[in-house]
Every structure is written in structure tokens, then in C-alpha cells.
Design a protein around this ligand. Structure first.
Ligand code: HPA
Length: 263
């Protein structure tokens, strides 16, 4: 279906906020009131995700009294080698009224003092992939400024939400590696030296795409493991899913409190 048909299905009221939820938070879409769910494969041009824990759908409804659109399931660069895979999805959020997006992900930590189970608001990122979702884009608008890419005012809102729920919210720099293999211990030592606090395989392209079209961005990492070589075990997707499930309760409380601040 095209944009007009999507708008007809979800209703004319603009959404206040878009949410792109990573592994583990898909359940928030099920908790929405009056939710209308449209699978990505029914919407023209939308990407298809094949990662377990990432079922692709647009879900529009109310959370904490705020009209929200959730992109449940994101598509990662490593799936098809497309850095701009989420472009139509992010443009759709803007087209149905979102003025800001909240991006969530699972990530590894480079800091012992930010262990698995920690939540971290992104203050900045390092695009270590060398990729960019705007390659091939035209016009001067492609030269997007990335100072304050993670909106300082939204970060304050996140901290206030965390405080109201008595949840500790770290802040730090997220480094994007393309994946899907995890980093090597040498890469983790390198990125730690360069100033990254967390590493992951998503979010950065979405932030760039969102900034390209003027959406304000807030983002939170759920730390599911220490970076490669920092613990006795090797990294695995099973560990990511297991640890994100453990942190889910606090994570959802934080996201709900953040959404409530838009009421
Ligand atoms: N590295 C990259 N991506 C991740 C990690 C990690 O250690 N943990 C969860 N996603």
C-alpha cells in the first residue's frame, strides 16, 4: 500500500513520536493501546528483516497517552549490504507526523564500569564502518551536520525519565561496526582508545537518515555484554537476546517514562 493507504488505515491524527526498537523491545508494540499493525511487506518500498527477534511491522497506537509509531524490527546493513535500508521506514515516520525518533539497540560495552544490564543514552557516535546511508543522495542537503546529532534536549528528557524511574542511565559514545561478525579483542581495544563506550551494528545509519530529513534523534543502548576479549566468554547472538531480555523490564519503564514526557 502507498502512503495515503497507510494514513487511511492508521487514522489522520499525526503521531508525536517514532520509535525504532531493537532486539528485545518488540513487546512494546503489543502493549500499545488501539494499535493498528501493518506488516512491512504490505507497505510499498519497506525493507524486509530476517533477524530473529526483529519482526518487521509499522505499529501505530497510544502509549502513556501519546500517539506513537513503532517500527518493530529494523533492517541492518549486514543483511543485504544496504546502509540506507531503513530510509523508507524513517521517511514514513516523518510523513505520518513524527518530529523525533527514539532509537534503541543492544550493544557491547568497552567499559568495565558499564556492565551487561546497563542502559546508555548515546551522546555521540563514531561511524567506524566507513559506510554512509546518504551515499548516492543528491543535492546540498546530503551534507548533513552531525554536531548534536543526538539531540541535547531529548537527552535531558531521557535523563529526567530515568530519574523518575530510579534507573541509572549512562551516557556515552556508540561505535558502529558493520557486523555481522562481532569485533575482535584488538578492535575493542582500538575503539576504546578512540573514545567509544559501546559498540554495535545498528542505529548510526538511522541517525544519519533521520538527521537528513530533520527529525530529532534520541537513542539508548542496552548493554548486553562486555566487548570482545574483556570477558571469559565469546560473543554470540544468543547472549545478546538473553541479556536484553533480562534488562527489558527497566528498559521498558525508561522508554515509557520518556514517552510520557510528550503527553
Ligand atoms: N558488538 C557488536 N554488536 C553488539 C554487541 C557487541 O559486542 N553486543 C550486542 N550487539
Amino acid at each position: 500500500m502507498n502512503l495515503d493507504a497507510v494514513k487511511e488505515r492508521i487514522g489522520a491524527d499525526p503521531v508525536a513520536l517514532g520509535l525504532i526498537l531493537g532486539s528485545g523491545l518488540g513487546q512494546m508494540a503489543e502493549e500499545m493501546e488501539g494499535a493498528v499493525r501493518i506488516p512491512f511487506d504490505e507497505i510499498d518500498g519497506m525493507p524486509q528483516s530476517g533477524v530473529s527477534g526483529h519482526a518487521g511491522a509499522l505499529v501505530v497506537g497510544t502509549i502513556e497517552g501519546v500517539r506513537c509509531a513503532i517500527l518493530s524490527g529494523r533492517v541492518h546493513y549486514y543483511e543485504q549490504g544496504q546502509a540506507d535500508a531503513m530510509r523508507p521506514a524513517i521517511e514514513l515516520l516523518a510523513a505520518i507526523g513524527a518530529q523525533s525518533v527514539l532509537l534503541t539497540n543492544s550493544a557491547g560495552s568497552t567499559r568495565e564500569e558499564m556492565p551487561p544490564g546497563s542502559l546508555m543514552a548515546l551522546s555521540d557516535h563514531i561511524n567506524f564502518s566507513g559506510l554512509n546511508p546518504l551515499i548516492g543522495d543528491g543535492g546540498d542537503e546530503r551534507f548533513v551536520g552531525m554536531v548534536d546529532a543526538y539531540d541535547p534536549a531529548l537527552r535531558i528528557r531521557l535523563q529526567e525519565a530515568a530519574m523518575s524511574e530510579q534507573i541509572e542511565l549512562h551516557e556515552g559514545v556508540y561505535a558502529w561496526f558493520s557486523g555481522p561478525s562481532f569485533e575482535t579483542p584488538a578492535e575493542i581495544r582500538m575503539i576504546r582508545t578512540l573514545g567509544a563506550d559501546a559498540v554495535g551494528m545498528s542505529t548510526v545509519p538511522e541517525t544519519i537518515l533521520a538527521r537528513r530529513i530533520g527529525l530529532a534523534v534520541a537513542a539508548i543502548s542496552c548493554i548486553t555484554n562486555l566487548g570482545a576479549g574483556m570477558a571469559d566468554t565469546n560473543n554470540s547472538h544468543a547472549e545478546t537476546l538473553e541479556e536484553s531480555a533480562k534488562a527489558r523490564g527497566a528498559f521498558i519503564r525508561l522508554v515509557r517514562a520518556y514517552i510520557r514526557s510528550f503527553a
